[in-house]
Design a protein. Sequence first.
Length: 356
Amino acid sequence: MVHFGHANSLRQAKAMGDYLMVGVHSDAEVTEHKGPPVFTEEERYKMVRAIKWVDEVVEAAPYVTTLETLDKYGCDFCVHGDDITMTAEGVDTYHIVKAANRYKECQRTRGVSTTDLVGRMLLMTRTHFKTGKDEYSVGLPPEPSLEHGATAHSPWTGVTQFLPTTRQLIQFSSGRAPKPGDRVVYVAGAFDLFHVGHLDFLEKAAAEGDFLIVGLHTDPIVNRYKGYNYPIMNLHERTLSVLACRYVGEVVIGAPYAVTAELMDHFRVDVVCHGHTPVAEDVDGSDPYLEPKRRGKFKSPVSGNDMTTQKIVERIIEHRMEFMLRNQKKEKKELAAYEAFEKSKQAERADHAGDQ
């Protein structure tokens, strides 16, 4: 998948230099070394290109980064997060560039990983947005839990709670407001499991003006019109996912479901867009886009992409066993690597204490 954790790594990487090239592996390489990808390679190329810190994408980049690859594209060094990635044989994929001192590390984003997100879809867990007594989970089956003696989780991909901060929001934000005379476009929705369907729609919506504002609905609102355990990603996670998109100027966190006159006047909205997906009625049975339609400021651009969050979930469910095995193998491999890493650190500390 392509999620805000990847975007955060790319943001940090861009800050280390002047021009950021991102190598994206092919489906064949990902399948061999990690397991089946959620998004196809073409979808991943498009998603990564749309992250606002990326200058260029290298398609079908080799899984093990070599000096020849860096030299071919004129790269001074390579950046990766502070977790370990390995080939199917258990080899560190960055061992060559590390040995040549052409490797730098950034901090991975705690609380999110592809394994985590795939696990949410496989288990249909609600823990990612439950905050105590949430009325929209009443009557649903209880959460699955680990039994006594269950296998420990990898510290890199285990399911954890994402804890957003104001600093992260500032880092992801463009920090600019619409200029005088800018045509302001407003769209709203869940934007759950941010994918190419969202991306193509936002590109079309952005083309309707000069500054695009995205309103993100709260978790209870999304759950009301999508049902069951949606959204898969909570409001804070969805906020960073959308902010990382190069077409987006600003995000309204917890936007109202109905696009009201007050909202349009406050943000000086010139046009309101919605795609061709069905629009659920508001709680009072009214059309949430009644006001922009009344003003003649509603448009429904054709994105040419029919991808939906539901289709992403269906991909996972359809290949349930493959993804369960993928997660189990990846966590087992990472856990072994982490334990070896911790032992080496302990040995270093012991040697240091002996020298003293």
